[in-house]
Design a protein around this ligand. Structure first.
Ligand code: ADP
Ligand code: MG
Length: 572
């Protein structure tokens, strides 16, 4: 290994030379005085290309970190999340990007947002802690600017190390809060099932956000903190926070009703994102949902491959087969039916639906319409006729926001009304009302709501464009798969671009397990198992710091939106 003097010498010697001369500084350098190692792994080819990839490696004992900070997976993820945020914040103080052409001088780390996720930006590996970040190596035009590079390598990086990675300089109380909040959240999620709950919303949670596009907590002084109706109130004992109280939503069918703009969708959104942990101060750090809960939406235009949606849709015009439904352009109702069937295939036991993003004809059909268009003529068996079958027969719960129709009252176990952002238990009134209305006739329960599918490996290889892999994110919610654009915009539980990046590479990784016999569900389980046990690094070349962990559900959903992949049912 080299030392920092050698790096200094190298950088000075290439001043004013062509950009490619930067390639010569790749390697590992021991900063003897500060006691860390800087690894320069990958060098960009010009100032406008993706910035160069670097790592700082420290010995956690020398830097003072006790091992109880990451004594289990939950604590480690909370710890790493905190360090990544600190690093990102410290970078912010430097002269970002004013050091030449293109991305010259820009230092960045994949910094977490509201969710706390397992990420590859900070890695704890044995006694080492590794920080992965990128630097735009400075140049004017294509000429290397050594002086600017020296400022980065010998002023800023040592300052970053000192400020963010020296235990004695860290706000310990805040660090412990991250670790403990994360550990509590995982603990609660793990215990929801045995408590018979699908979701828990702690009292005093702050649910509304800054805006539809900004997921930070609302800073309005008029935010109404969440308070559970007394009939839903339960307490849970957390390892760090101790006993806390909140609304426990039991298994079964739960409706969230209430007038427009009274906070229904905001509550559901918090429940949806309760599959992930949130940072302290987010307001939703104690809103915890079953890990495989799936938001179900209508998604007009999505492709569907080989899905049996016959429980919901049958006898389409022109004898289109819905036991093995294929289309490159699903309608609102067929896409929503497909989304449910695929969620069940992925093992979800909680469906989350909002009237705002559902197809009306999929959700309800009232008595008057049924008189005009008889059941036999209507291809759709609306969700209302199956919602109880799903729970009674298959143990799959539903939480549904429905302000526009009372038809679901008779099907629901619980009805929560949002009234000026306050949750009220109106189950009894709703049931009384449903006694006098027209009865909802349930559909007969199908033998099964889904059939597992086996992907054909050859059809999947389409991404190998001219022999080279070409699978990558092309926007925050879309990826390129070979020459096909795959749209994941409707996945409300994919929360950041780093998850999309891991999902893209996860699709490629799947080749390892695709053998023409394993079902999609089995393949995805194997991938997630590998990631949890071997780390996100297995997805790509060493040293990538911009992966974030996703759920099995979103990876499967990505497969489900590939238009060209072919499947068969096990019986075929
Ligand atoms: P609904 O789905 O019932 O029509 P939304 O959940 O979309 O209502 O909320 C309407 C508005 O109220 C949003 O701007 C949201 O941010 C705000 N809001 C939601 N919950 C609260 C709350 N607890 N306190 C204050 N404002 C809230
Ligand atoms: Mg709404």
């Amino acid at each position: 290994m080299h030392n920092e003097d050698q790096l200094r010498h190298l950088i000075t010697s290439i001043d004013g030379k062509g950009y490619l001369s930067y390639k010569g500084i790749a390697g590992q350098y021991h900063y003897r005085q500060e006691g860390f190692v800087l690894a320069i792994d990958h060098i960009q080819s010009d100032p406008f290309a993706s910035p160069s990839r670097l790592r700082i490696i420290i010995d956690r004992k020398k830097f003072g970190f006790p091992s109880n900070l990451y004594s289990n997976r939950s604590r480690r993820i909370g710890f790493c999340d905190f360090l990544a945020r600190r690093f990102a914040k410290a970078i912010f103080h430097f002269t970002q990007g004013h050091r030449g052409s293109g991305k010259s001088g820009r230092i960045s780390i994949d910094s977490p947002q509201q969710e706390i996720l397992d990420r590859s930006a900070i890695i704890v590996d044995g006694d080492n802690i590794e920080v992965r970040f990128t630097v735009g190596l400075p140049a004017y035009g294509r000429r290397i600017a050594s002086q600017e590079a020296m400022a980065i390598f010998f002023d800023e990086i040592p300052i970053l190390v000192e400020e963010t990675l020296l235990y004695e300089n860290i706000d310990l109380a805040l660090l412990m809060e991250y670790i403990e909040v994360n550990e509590d959240a995982d603990y609660l999620r793990k215990h929801l099932k045995e408590m018979g709950l699908v979701s828990f919303v702690a009292n005093q949670s702050m649910l509304p956000r800054m805006s539809g596009k900004d997921d930070r907590p609302s800073d309005s002084e008029h935010v109404v903190p969440f308070v559970s109706p007394s009939s839903f109130e339960v307490s849970v004992d957390l390892p760090n926070a101790g006993k806390i109280w909140g609304m426990g939503i039991p298994e079964g069918v739960t409706l969230i009703v209430g007038g427009g703009f009274h906070g229904k969708s905001t509550l559901l959104r918090a429940i949806e994102l309760g599959v992930f942990n949130h940072r302290p101060g987010d307001g939703r750090e104690r809103v915890i949902t079953r890990p495989d809960a799936m938001k179900i939406k209508a998604e007009e235009g999505r492709p569907v491959q080989h899905v049996d949606i016959s429980a919901f849709i049958h006898h389409l015009p022109q004898r289109i087969n819905t036991e093995c439904f294929n289309t490159l352009n699903a309608s609102g109702s067929t896409s929503q039916a497909t989304n449910i069937v695929e969620a069940l295939e992925s093992g979800s036991d909680l469906l989350l639906l909002d009237e705002d993003s559902s197809a009306t004809n999929f959700m309800i059909r009232d008595a008057q319409m049924e008189r005009l268009v008889p059941r036999e003529k209507e291809p759709i068996t609306p969700f209302i006729q199956h919602v109880r079958n799903l729970y009674d027969g298959y143990g799959c719960s539903t939480i549904l926001v429905m302000g526009g129709s009372g038809d679901y009252f008779s099907q629901a176990d619980h009805v929560i009304c949002m009234d000026e952002y306050m949750a009220v238990d109106v189950s009894i009134q709703a049931h009384d009302i449903s006694q006098v209305g027209p009865a909802i006739v349930r559909a007969s329960a199908p033998k099964t709501f889904f059939t597992p599918r086996i992907p054909a490996p050859l059809s999947f290889e389409g991404f190998k464009h001219k022999g080279s892999r070409k699978v990558k994110p092309i926007s925050r919610t879309k990826l390129l798969f070979g020459s096909e654009e795959v749209d994941l915009t409707s996945l409300d539980q994919m929360v950041c671009e780093s998850q999309l990046r891991s999902i893209s590479d996860g699709l490629v990784y799947a080749m390892k397990y695709m053998d023409g016999n394993r079902t999609l569900n089995e393949i995805v389980d194997l991938i997630v198992h590998d990631l949890e046990h071997q780390g996100l690094n297995i997805l790509g070349p060493q040293g990538i710091g911009s992966y974030a962990m996703f759920r099995k559900q979103e990876l499967m959903a990505a497969f489900n939106r590939l238009g060209r992949i072919r499947y068969r049912f096990p019986s075929e």
